[in-house]
Each structure stands twice: as structure tokens, then as C-alpha cells.
Design a protein around this ligand. Sequence first.
Ligand code: FUB
Length: 299
Amino acid sequence: MSGNPLFEGWYADPEGVVFGKEFWIYPTYSKPYDEQLFMDAFSSKDLVHWTKHERVLSQENISWLRRALWAPSVIEKDGTYYFYFGANDMHEKGEGGIGVATADNPAGPFKDALGHPLIDEVINGAQPIDQFVFKDDDGSYYMYYGGWRHCNMVRLGDDLKSIIPFEDGETFKEITPKGYVEGPFMLKRGGKYYFMWSEGGWTGPDYHVAYAISDSPFGQFERIGTILESDMDVATGAGHHSVVKGRGKDEYYIVYHRHPLGSKDGNNRVVCVEKMKFDEEGKILPVKITFEGVPATKL
Ligand code: FUB
């Protein structure tokens, strides 16, 4: 079994992704904002044994990073790896936002690709943080993002370093579902769009994950229910997750962070994994958080 947490250290907001025959996890380094100046990554061939890759993205490769390097989203296209990140806990236009760095392999080193943020302003009330990049089956790339209880989506250009308008001419679409706080994630399964997000406050025990199902990447996203939450016998504040697909037809894993029992510091967050299952109608079954994690698996 993998055991939970998956690896040592305070880490949060894990982005699980498959590259070739390996699972990769890119988490936030969960420390005070002024110390969040780099990110480590972890890779595994079986979800049980993990290799740490130190500082795959760090301050010397992002000229405008001052603090609060948050919530990676990493995607590969044509041999280049694109690493989207939030920086500086932006409140005023131009002080930070969502950036993109590139590398020729998943362990980096990733280097800022633009020299400035891709999104550096608050649009529709959404703080530019917590981006997730999703590739649809028709080859379109969308980015879902947003803190402060608002979620926007944008369409990325072919270079994955620019934002282009949607077919209706709009550039930033607000798609905020009821209850949304932050941490959006999109999964396409069986032709349906499963949109998920975190609710509550990330430092406390009420943090949890909810979801909606739609026929379109643009929504509507009607909240169906909670899929991941605290278990007072195991851990608290389970949230800001991602989903990775295993080799089997319906083999999915939810990767998330949580606070160890009794933890008093909101930054004390660890990365864990559980199986994610669906019922016959395609609804996501509530996930039971565990100390055991998942059995070894191969891609
Ligand atoms: O880790 C920093 C912030 O905490 C993330 O951006 C939020 O989603 C919350 O998990």
C-alpha cells in the first residue's frame, strides 16, 4: 500500500499527472508565504515508491516572484512541459498572478516563459490563483482558475503561453458554481465533464471538495454534493485535490492534501491519495480518507 501521507514534508495543492509510465505529483511547498519561493516534485512508477525532485521551479527562474508560489498545474505538449503557477498572492493589478514556466522534461528546471504573469488582474472577482489546465478531446486547452469564491475559465492559444477569446468573443468566462471557494479541477469521463472544487477555509477543518457534472466544459455546473472531507478519526481539512487516471478502464485516484489530527498550524498539510469510484449513474462516490492509501499499481 502507498500509505498516507505519500511522502514526507509539508506540501499542499497536489497536481497529480501521468507522464509516460510515471505518476508525477507537483505540490505547493506548504510554509509561510515568504518562504514559498520554490517547488519540489515527486515521481513514482507504482504510487507506492516516490522519488523527490528538488526545486523543479524556483525563484532564480522567475524574476517577478516575491512570495507565495502556489498550486501547480503541469501539462505536456509536443515534448515541452508547461508549468502554470500562482505567485505573490496578488491583490492589486500588476503585483503578481498566474504565470507559466517551461522545461524539456518533467523534472525541470522550469524557467518562466514570459517574464511577467499571464493573468495579473482580478476579473469577475476571481483572484488569479489556483489554475488548472485541461485539454479537451477536440484539442482545445482551457484554464480554470480563481480564488476569493469566483472561478473563471479562459482558452489558451496554441503556444499555451497566451489567452485567446472563445468563439463567442468573450475572453474570461465566469463559471462559479454554488459553494465554490478555490482549487478548481476538471475531469472528462465517458463524455461528461466532472468539475470539482474546494469549499471552506484551507487552514481549518471545514475544507472539503464538491463537484458537478455537465455536458459541456463551459457548464452549467450544478453542485451535486461533497466528495472529500475531514474524518475526525483520520485527518482534517481534506481538499485542493486533483484526479489521475490509472491503466484500468475505470481506475481513478484522487490526490489531495489534509491536516494531520491535532495539527494547529494551517500550513501543516500533507499529500495523500485514495481511490475515486463512481456509481452506475456516473456519480462520484464519497471518498473515505485513510492511513493506508492505495495498493501498488502500474501504468
Ligand atoms: O497553498 C496555498 C493556497 O491554499 C492555495 O492556493 C489554496 O487553494 C489553498 O489550498
